[in-house]
Design a protein around this ligand. Structure first.
Ligand code: PEP
Ligand code: CO
Length: 446
């Protein structure tokens, strides 16, 4: 039962690359393990406290970002647009729930992807699948698809620079509540959704004026001037995570310092395998995806393996069943966890169970299915008397065409060709994500 950052290595493991050059891999692991951590353990503890509030229904969790970050799309506008979108959604949700919103980005480390097949075949040519930029390249050539350990160094550096900018935005004034109008993204500004957001901004402006008259201005009230965006990713590539696992001086416990929060994917959550072994030993708040194949006993065992002290805020179960399956598979799991008194933070990922393939060959998700899964998730919690804690989305602050449907940006299958930019799964564009936030606000209010 003894745990070390490397004890996962003696367990079976899924979804990993086979590095042809083991010496090069070792060299990179050694180098990374000497690099500075990307987060401070105290921040992970703060997030855990905030998630404990979410679990009790005192706050709401908004987690979102790219399906996969990439080296090619690494630039300031992409980070800034996602940050602004998060702030907008934060405003909408805070206004309608009357609760603080805990913001967690799929950002600064979301590089490794589980794949449904180890190989990809195009026109009779069969190559290893793309597993995310931290592992290999997306180009369909045999050179690009060879796993390269050096990509871990590049991913670390990109994560560090991303984190640096996110911290600057969060603390440097962009998040000041006097700037709510400026968060409106250019391509949404003039449509009815942008106008709806503008109306909300005006109400916030009035509140700010009122508070300023009371003497509460943002220059003396940090809560009005700053925010926090925590970071998270799927800790799939354990070589990278192990190298960034550090013992904290304060509590002499181990933290994965690659992000504030890490989660286990639906395909790597087997109880007897490496990911569970690694996760049980780190003190960060953690997540685990829960898909339709999860059994009731299995779920209780999983909770007890990952959170043996039944600590509040430690474990986020991210439900991703699909709109057509959630009613069949989720209530019995929820009832069991409720009846057994386990503390978990429940959130809804309405993306990963709702993937479909269009006739013209695109992977997409339809807005109505996404919304439907969210609605059902909340209704099931209401029925059960439990807390629907949050939402987990794949989204971008850019004007992409990857998911179909929605009122504000009613894309059809034929529109997908125009700006389909995702590295992996289809994301909500900023307009679709903002629209979903308004609808979510209404669901929560009612
Ligand atoms: C993801 O969140 O990008 C993902 C792969 O999800 P899941 O493990 O739920 O399929
Ligand atoms: Co995805």
């Amino acid at each position: 039962m003894s745990w070390t950052p490397s004890s996962w290595r003696t367990f079976p493991i899924k979804q990993q690359p086979t590095y042809p050059d083991q010496e090069a891999l070792k060299k990179v692991e050694k180098e990374l393990s000497a690099y500075p951590p990307l987060i401070f353990a105290g921040e992970a503890r703060t997030l855990k406290e905030k998630l404990a509030q979410v679990g009790r229904g005192e706050a709401f969790l908004l987690q979102g970002g790219d399906c996969a970050e990439s080296f090619a799309n690494f630039n300031s506008p992409n980070i800034k647009n996602l940050f602004k979108l998060m702030l907008q959604m934060n405003m909408v949700l805070m206004y309608s729930t009357g609760k603080p919103i805990v913001k967690v980005g799929r950002i600064a480390g979301q590089f490794a992807k589980p794949r449904s097949s180890d190989f990809e075949e195009i026109d009779g040519v069969k190559l290893p699948s793309y597993r995310g930029d931290i592992i290999n390249g997306m180009d369909f050539t045999s050179e690009a698809r060879v796993p390269n350990p050096e990509n871990m160094i590049k991913a670390y550096n990109q994560a560090a620079a991303t984190m640096n900018l996110v911290r600057a935005f969060a603390r440097g004034g962009l998040a000041d509540l006097n700037r709510v109008h400026q968060w409106n993204l250019d391509f949404i500004k003039d449509n009815p959704l942008g106008q709806k957001y503008d109306e909300l901004s005006k109400k916030i402006d009035n509140s700010m004026k009122f508070m300023a008259a009371c003497g509460l201005t943002s220059d003396i009230t940090p809560q009005l001037h700053q925010t926090t965006l925590f970071t998270s990713h799927e800790a799939l590539l354990l070589n990278y995570e192990e190298a960034l696992t550090r013992e904290d001086e304060t509590d002499q416990k181990w933290y994965d310092c690659s992000a504030h929060m890490l989660w286990i994917g639906d395909r790597t959550r087997n109880l007897t395998e490496a990911h569970i072994e690694y996760f049980r030993g780190i003190q960060n708040p953690i997540g685990c995806k829960v898909g339709p194949s999860m059994g009731e006993d299995e779920l209780i065992e999983l909770i007890d393996a990952l959170n043996p002290e039944n600590e509040e805020g430690r474990l986020n179960l991210i439900v991703r069943m699909g709109a057509s399956k959630i009613q069949e598979f989720f209530p019995k799991l929820l009832k069991r966890v409720r009846d057994e008194g386990r503390h978990v933070v429940w959130s809804c990922d309405p993306m990963h169970g709702n993937v479909e393939k269009t006739s013209n060959g695109f992977k997409t998700r339809n807005f109505d299915n996404i919304l439907s899964e969210v609605e059902q998730f909340f209704a099931i919690h209401k029925e059960m008397g439990t807390v629907a804690g949050g939402i987990h989305l794949e989204m971008t602050g850019n004007n992409v065409t990857e998911c179909t449907g929605s009122k504000s940006c009613p894309l059809t299958e034929n529109d997908l060709t125009s700006r389909y930019h995702t590295q992996c799964d289809p994301r909500l564009n900023a307009s679709q994500a903002l629209e979903l936030s308004f609808m979510l606000g209404d669901i929560i209010k009612n």
